[in-house]
Ligand binder design. Structure first.
Ligand SMILES: NC(=O)c1ccc[n+]([C@@H]2O[C@H](COP(=O)([O-])OP(=O)(O)OC[C@H]3O[C@@H](n4cnc5c(N)ncnc54)[C@H](OP(=O)(O)O)[C@@H]3O)[C@@H](O)[C@H]2O)c1
Length: 154
């Protein structure tokens, strides 16, 4: 089964001109399945893969780090990687939006790294679908504010 969120992230990175894509996963079997999905899309970009427990020493600093795994859906679990041990990214995006600040984003905040959760991704998927279905302009900003308020702790 393809990991649709990860493939979507790879496609958008490539559309934005990303020239180097590093795809990591916890286990080898699903990593190979992921690569089968991503490899045909990369064109001239450099693609490399790694296991989360054994990241290559030359991962670039200043990258955009995206969590497309389900690790972090529970606020009390450890982040999928130890951010402090990795080359410092320019920003961290976690596709998870509930909890609003999953463990990886807590770590990014503690290190002063710009970060965002997956709420905008959720909202813009919904807005696009609604617009296709109705043909009407859809107020994504209002949807985002309403969703953020609904998910805010307390
Ligand atoms: N913001 C949005 O609109 C939006 C939309 C869709 C999905 N999402 C989010 O995107 C994420 C991925 O979605 P999905 O449908 O692909 O979910 P999924 O099928 O549950 O994701 C499985 C992936 O997560 C990895 N994983 C699970 N627990 C892990 C852990 N403790 N440490 C490291 N890796 C772990 C798995 O690794 P193995 O292969 O080793 O098991 C596998 O690669 C989810 O968090 C989901 O909530 C967000």
């Amino acid at each position: 089964m393809p990991a649709v969120p990860l493939v979507a992230a790879a496609v958008e990175c490539l559309r934005q001109g990303c020239r180097s894509l590093s795809v990591g996963n916890r286990s080898r079997g699903s990593l190979d399945a992921l690569l089968q999905q991503v490899r045909p899309l990369v064109g001239q970009a450099k693609l490399r893969d790694f296991l989360l427990g054994a990241p290559p020493p030359d991962l670039p600093a200043g990258a955009i780090l995206i969590n497309a795994t389900s690790s972090g859906l529970r606020a009390d679990e450890p982040p999928p990687i130890d951010l402090a041990l990795w080359p410092r990214p320019a920003g961290v995006f976690d596709m998870i939006y509930n909890p609003p600040r999953p463990p990886l984003l807590q770590a990014a905040a503690a290190l002063g790294i710009p970060h965002a959760n997956g709420l905008a991704m959720l909202v813009h998927q919904g807005a696009r679908a609604l617009s296709l279905w109705t043909g009407a302009a859809v107020p994504a900003d209002k949807m985002q504010r309403a969703a953020a308020a609904a998910l805010a702790p307390g």
